[in-house]
Unconditional design. Sequence first.
Length: 185
Amino acid sequence: MKATGIVRRIDELGRVVIPKEIRRTMRIREGDPLEIFTDRDGEVILKKYSPIGELSNFAKEYTDALSQVLGHTACICDKDSVVAASGAGRKELLDKPIHTDIEQIIESRKKLMVNRGDSAQFANITVHANDADEYSAQVIVPIIVQGDAIGAIMLISREAQTHMGETELKVAETAAGFLSRQMLF
């Protein structure tokens, strides 16, 4: 475990403030759920909790099915990273932190459907790649659980002749709705 040199006291209600530097580095935002547990050495551990991450095996199977049926790359992300990906380019996406473009789509709770030639702009998927120009089609639908936006379903393609329409949008909306019902806080 990495020492930070920062010491905080617990107040009378049992609260402790997580320093801003740590929150920024770990991308912990106000309202984010944290998992609290202890280890054998008596350390108290705070870990960002991802309900989508808890379903990672299920999410992987779901993206496999979506990719196989639709022929596009399918991804499921939480508010921090790509949790599951299937199809072409999955290795470039899996477990990578998401770009602010995706964070904004999740937070805005708005769907995105873009095809090459449309006036709308493509979203960058991961932080370390400005990959928006590489895509020919994208459908991104936020996953909403009990009023909280917790992630997104993404269907993406790099194939030049690909066009995504209402079918892909409805499939992504169905997937987002189904996954939202699987996650209880």
